[in-house]
Design a protein around this ligand. Structure first.
Ligand code: DO4
Ligand code: MG
Length: 296
């Protein structure tokens, strides 16, 4: 089951289920966000699917008609969950370790070390207001000239550190700031519009094998694809339980936290983001996240 949040000019935020090419509106009193749905499932100790099965659809909208840039005068998709926190993991794919070391010192260094270390690299990435949904702008911070898209599979935590679902994430990162000094990592990672999530929240029961998902990325400039890359999530070095265990060690993580699992598609520096580009990231059984780029 894939959930979305969408906006209607007359009633604001709604929750929908993706049913073929239609979005069924299942909003009901007290349940107008996927976070409320998740909190209800936690308080009643039932699955989100169980809560959804009790709701009646109040209307339907073609998905295509909602997959448009956000504008308060027309219906459009929103971020599929408003996360209290987003945490990231890095250097979970070999390509990320290799390219980062090469671009920093030209030889094996801290990235190779962390790729093989027992402890993974975890970093705070964003809060809800720093995130955007599909078709909304991702941003280049004003002091960066080399900001890149990082296409990633992300999961959402429920209670007891359980994964309740998956979404697509763009861990937009100012690589020039990261390379200047590793201590600048938070500034390279956290800024307004640094994280795109969506288009759907695919509940975990519908994702048969999260370690076998094709992830593709395209960068469109002047209507042409100037970059395309792909990876399968089977190439990730670590298991999600291992990431969650490190993340939650003596660190209270609120329900609804999004955890992004690292990039396996390293975009060459020649395709650093430019104003007007559109980044498309697609993961099978979740959907295509598409974001235009602007400079802050
Ligand atoms: O330390 C660098 C960040 C790594 C990262 O975000 C990734 O590998 O996806
Ligand atoms: Mg990343």
């Amino acid at each position: 089951m894939r959930l979305v949040q969408f906006y209607l000019p007359e009633s604001g935020r709604r929750i929908g289920i993706l049913d073929g090419d239609q979005v069924l509106d299942i909003t009901s009193p007290g349940l107008s966000s996927t976070m409320e749905l998740l909190e209800r499932s936690v308080s009643e100790s039932v699955t989100m699917e169980e809560i959804v099965s009790r709701l009646t659809a109040a209307g339907s909208y073609p998905y295509e008609s909602l997959d448009v840039s956000p504008d308060s005068s027309r219906p459009h998709l929103l971020i599929p969950i408003d996360p209290p926190e987003v945490w990231g993991f890095g250097v979970t794919y070999k390509r990320s370790a290799e390219m980062r070391d090469e671009d920093t010192t030209g030889e094996k260094g801290i990235y190779d070390y962390v790729y093989f270390a027992e402890r993974p690299e975890a970093f705070f990435k964003a809060t809800g207001p720093r995130c955007v949904g599909t078709n909304d702008y991702i941003c280049i911070r004003r002091d960066s000239t080399l900001t890149a898209a990082e296409p990633e599979l992300a999961y959402v935590l429920g209670k007891n550190e359980d994964i309740i679902g998956f979404t697509v994430c763009n861990d937009v990162s100012a690589w020039d700031i990261e390379r200047e000094n590793p201590l600048y990592l938070p500034q390279s990672k956290i800024f307004y519009g640094c994280c795109a999530l969506g288009p759907t929240l695919a509940l975990a029961s519908g994702i048969e094998d999260p370690y076998n998902l094709d992830i593709t990325c395209r960068i469109i400039r002047d209507k042409k694809a100037i970059f395309s890359g792909e990876i399968n999530s089977s190439s990730i070095k670590r298991k999600f339980d291992e990431l969650t265990e490190f993340l939650c060690r003596d660190n209270p993580i609120p329900v609804g936290t999004v955890v992004t699992t690292g990039t396996g598609i390293m975009i060459p520096n020649d395709y650093a983001l430019a104003v007007g580009d559109v980044v498309e990231i697609e993961i099978e059984n979740i959907g295509k996240l598409s974001n235009p780029v602007k400079k802050l």
